[in-house]
Design a protein around this ligand. Structure first.
Ligand code: ZN
Length: 304
């Protein structure tokens, strides 16, 4: 009996040891799995966070490139050099009354009426370089520009740089389309033109001289600008900054042609307009619409 009991005891003890070992192995495995899961989770979070940082950096780079592109399309950085060299006669002298021409490109738009209302409030005349819009929708705006005494000019029909500047033929077709639209809707046979991107644009593959010669031939005259409000760049200037951008430059010149935009997404321009007019009035400037007597401001010109 004792021997049998002893054997049984030993077996029980052995089973207990095996059970303990099993438990230890299972616990170790569980702990291992737990730690691995924790590490994995941490790594996954870390990867997601890095991915987000990378996305943000890539997005920033894209924005920076867009800003560069836009600035290149509406390049005014060279103006200080080219303009000063070519137009030394236009540098303001003591006692000059600054002549300021506010020009609005890209309209008519949802903002045209607001811009016209403000100009009317201050009894100021400006110049609108318009593009081709649906006349069913914007016919009244084209007409209102003219009826209220502003100058209407052409800014191409399509505003599509690559199409317009593709060839002499495409430029001429586009020119006639916008010229005739304005004539049909307003009765004005305008000869004022503003090149999309300015005559200095770097988008045109053809030499701008081809297009400039065509305008000359048509008796049309193109106006660039020597003061940029900055509302064309993708950098979102506040209304106050737009006013400052203009005011710091208009004091330099006898004649300032100011680049502004009449476009649905340019609300800051509308917001800036009353303050801009007030600031110009305070500075003793005369705000005028472009006429045949206006000093012609051009970035590039072609000698006939
Ligand atoms: Zn434009």
């Amino acid at each position: 009996m004792d021997i049998a009991n002893e054997g049984l005891e030993r077996q029980r003890a052995k089973r207990k040891r095996v059970a303990r070992m099993k438990k230890m192995i299972v616990s170790t495995l569980l702990i291992f799995i737990l730690i691995t899961t924790c590490v994995m989770t941490f790594l996954v979070i870390e990867v997601i966070s890095l991915q987000k940082q990378l996305d943000a950096l890539t997005a920033n780079m894209a924005v920076a490139e867009t800003v560069e592109d836009t600035e290149e399309m509406v390049d005014d950085s060279f103006l200080d050099n080219v303009y000063l060299v070519d137009n030394i006669d236009n540098i303001a002298e003591e006692g000059d009354i600054p002549l300021v021409y506010l020009t609005f490109d890209d309209g008519p738009s949802e903002n045209t009426d607001a811009i016209l209302d403000i100009l009317d409030d201050y009894n100021v005349k400006a110049t609108f370089f318009v593009v081709g819009q649906d006349t069913e929708i914007y016919g009244d705006e084209y007409r209102r520009i003219v009826d209220e005494g502003h100058t209407i000019g052409m800014h191409s029909y399509s505003h599509n740089y690559s199409k317009i500047y593709q060839s002499s033929d495409s430029f001429i077709a586009d020119y006639n389309k916008i010229h005739d639209l304005i004539l049909d809707v307003t009765g004005v046979d305008t000869k004022y033109y503003r090149f999309p991107g300015g005559s200095s644009n770097k988008v045109s593959n053809s030499s701008m001289s081809v297009f400039i010669n065509y305008l000359n031939q048509e008796g049309a005259v193109y106006y660039d600008w020597n003061v940029a409000s900055g509302d064309a760049t993708s950098q979102a200037f506040t209304a106050d900054e737009l006013v400052d951008n203009v005011m710091k430059d208009v004091v330099k010149y006898k004649t300032s042609v100011v680049l502004l935009h009449d476009a649905s997404n340019k609300d800051a321009t509308v917001e800036a307009l009353p303050r801009l007019i007030e600031s110009l009035n305070e500075a003793g400037a005369m705000i005028l619409p472009i006429t045949d007597d206006t000093t012609i401001i051009q970035h590039v010109s072609v000698v006939q």
